[in-house]
Design a protein around this ligand. Structure first.
Ligand code: ADA
Length: 564
């Protein structure tokens, strides 16, 4: 089964499975490369990354992937890529149809009709760093930049007048009121659109949608509405059918607000307790098997978390579907990591940031689990040169969706310039770990820093905005125990996270925390690895194989106590 949306009137084929592949090395001139010059003969598995395979581990270069598919003769199709990186060019029957570098973003490519049913798909993937070609993901990021088709690929047949998506925005959830926004997948001048809708597969009702810009919109009311919440994650499906096409989307009835220094879910204040999570595993990179995604969520539930920050890129839709079902609250963010002047002053970077952030909101808008949007993790929010992009990204998100708060993780709590634009103030800081003071165990920095951030927010007259610790953490090597409780020992991390989670759960001035981080994950393979022993970011509460460290029990107890 594919993730939502579903298209019940179309033939949809999941192309995941065994593909052919050839690794072309690290010297390819992409402008000259022709897939027809190669006969990929190696078998490989999609979703998958070539650079996690034992024979190609750590390679940076170009790989050509090939598979066949069937499409009804003389009918157009749509290839849906849920996530790949770093750069790709997509060919059908030898014709280049798309080229781009939007790591972790879901996007579609239209396949033109042909007389033959049998078609050939070639995907060229390149994972070499090159700011001009791949401005969104760079070598200095503290997470490994994998190469591959790391999420599912779907083929959808297209009718003449396809429906692209149906956005469902809860307006007054308790009264069952929703706004519908249909995105047609074809050009039209029509002012009205007639359709039938059914809720949860029940009786169909006729509805008239009215043209608004590029969309068709309508208001609708669900009878006997039941709210979505972490305790009771009630989901609805809606199927909208036109003469030619139908789409089934899944949604939940819930409201989110950020005001009076708190986050409200269904008008009740909620304390957000959880972790930042990378899609990562030593064997699979970000191409996680569904079972692993589910097990991660079971572990996070066991830890007493209700909140996950999807760091630092748009999330796998299968993960978001499970979060909807299991009642997690999610921060989804577009890809970004510590960008400075070179990026902010580059027009192509600016354009692609806006484009991928818009894509993220459009792709994920119906997930009730997503309660906030984010972007530009630890960007230069202390610099004036960053103002145009911060402003444009807030604008982009609000153009697409006003039903959720927008935020960004700032590493500059004393110099930030854009907090006034954010709905939630989110702070990434590492007192007690990256300590500037010369102490053996700088744990006592934590409470005083937490006091200072709040003082700063109040001083700036922003006390109405909720304050979230979007990252704080300490590293530990799994199974390294030490009576001295030295840095990197499981004991030091346990002391640190115990103190931090007790502080956050007892302070009403903080709306929550996403601890850095859920699991250890692979990062640098260059000299930066000197700060990242093993080439891993070791701040996980579980290691890369999800084995719990000592801190697990302490955090679990504190999170659970807070919710009791
Ligand atoms: C930053 C960053 C994380 C990670 C973390 C760390 O805050 O946002 O991705 O690199 O620091 O481990 O230092």
């Amino acid at each position: 089964m594919t993730s939502y949306p579903h298209y019940p009137k179309r033939k949809v084929t999941l192309l995941d499975g065994v593909w052919d592949m050839i690794y072309l090395g690290d010297q390819c001139d992409l402008s000259k490369l022709k897939p027809s010059d190669y006969s990929p003969a190696e078998r490989t598995i999609i979703p998958g990354c070539f650079d996690t395979r034992p024979d190609l581990a750590g390679k940076r270069g170009t790989a050509l992937y090939r598979t066949g598919f069937s499409l009804c003769p003389n009918r157009a199709g749509e290839l849906r890529f849920h996530g790949l990186g770093l750069w790709c060019r997509i060919y059908v029957d030898g014709e280049a149809l798309y080229e781009g570098a939007f790591p972790y973003s879901g996007f579609s490519v239209t396949v033109p009709p042909a007389a033959d049913e049998k078609r050939q798909l070639d995907v060229l993937i390149d994972n070499r760093f090159d700011f001009d070609r791949v401005p969104l993901q760079e070598q200095y990021f503290d997470f490994y930049a994998y190469g591959g088709i790391y999420r599912s690929v779907e083929l959808r047949e297209l009718p003449a007048k396809p429906i692209s998506r149906l956005q469902v925005i809860p307006r007054d959830p308790a009264a069952g009121k929703i706004s519908l926004r249909l995105m047609p997948g074809y050009k039209t001048e029509e002012k009205k659109l007639q359709a039938c809708i059914s809720i949860n597969g029940g009786a169909a009702e006729e509805i008239d949608l009215t043209r608004e810009g590029d969309l068709f919109t309508a208001e609708f009311r669900i009878s006997n509405p039941e709210l979505w919440s972490p305790e009771s994650p009630r989901l609805y499906t809606i199927t909208l059918e036109t003469e030619e096409d139908a789409v089934t989307e899944r949604f939940g009835l819930r409201s989110v607000k950020a005001e009076k220094g708190q986050v409200f879910l269904n008008d009740e204040p909620v304390k957000l307790l959880g972790f930042c999570r990378h899609e990562a595993h030593p064997q699979f990179g970000p191409a996680l098997p569904l079972d692993q995604i589910h097990q991660d969520l079971l572990i996070l539930k066991d830890l007493g978390s209700n909140f996950i920050r999807g760091s630092h890129y748009p999330q796998d839709p299968r993960f978001l579907d499970l979060c909807d079902e299991m009642g997690f609250l999610i921060w989804e963010e577009s890809i970004g990591w510590g960008q400075r002047e070179k990026s902010f002053t580059n027009p192509e970077f600016h354009k692609q940031q806006v484009e991928q952030t818009r894509l993220m909101v459009r792709n994920s808008i119906n997930h009730p689990s997503i309660i906030m949007w984010g972007f530009l993790n630890e960007g230069a929010s202390n610099e004036e040169y960053a103002r145009p992009l911060y402003t444009d990204l807030f604008k982009t998100i609000r153009e697409e969706d006003r039903s959720r708060p927008a935020t960004y993780a700032s590493m500059f709590p004393y110099e930030d310039l854009y907090w006034d634009q954010a709905d939630i103030i989110s702070i990434n800081k590492y007192p007690g770990w990256y300590s500037e003071r010369d102490e053996t165990r700088p744990l006592e920095e934590v409470p005083s820093e937490l006091d200072n951030y709040i003082k700063e927010v109040k001083k700036r007259g922003l006390a109405d905005k909720p304050v979230l610790i979007s990252e704080m953490g300490a590293g530990a090597f799994y199974s390294w125990r030490d009576p001295h409780h030295a840095h990197w020992s499981e004991e030091y991390q346990a002391d640190f996270l115990d103190q931090l989670t007790r502080e956050i759960t007892s302070r009403s001035e903080y709306c929550g925390i996403s601890l850095w981080q859920y699991c250890d994950c692979r990062t640098y393979d260059n000299r930066n690895a000197l700060h990242r022993p093993r080439g891993f970011n070791n701040k996980g509460i579980v290691d890369e194989y999800r084995r719990p460290k000592l801190a697990y029990g302490r955090v679990r107890e504190n999170f659970r106590k807070s919710k009791a």
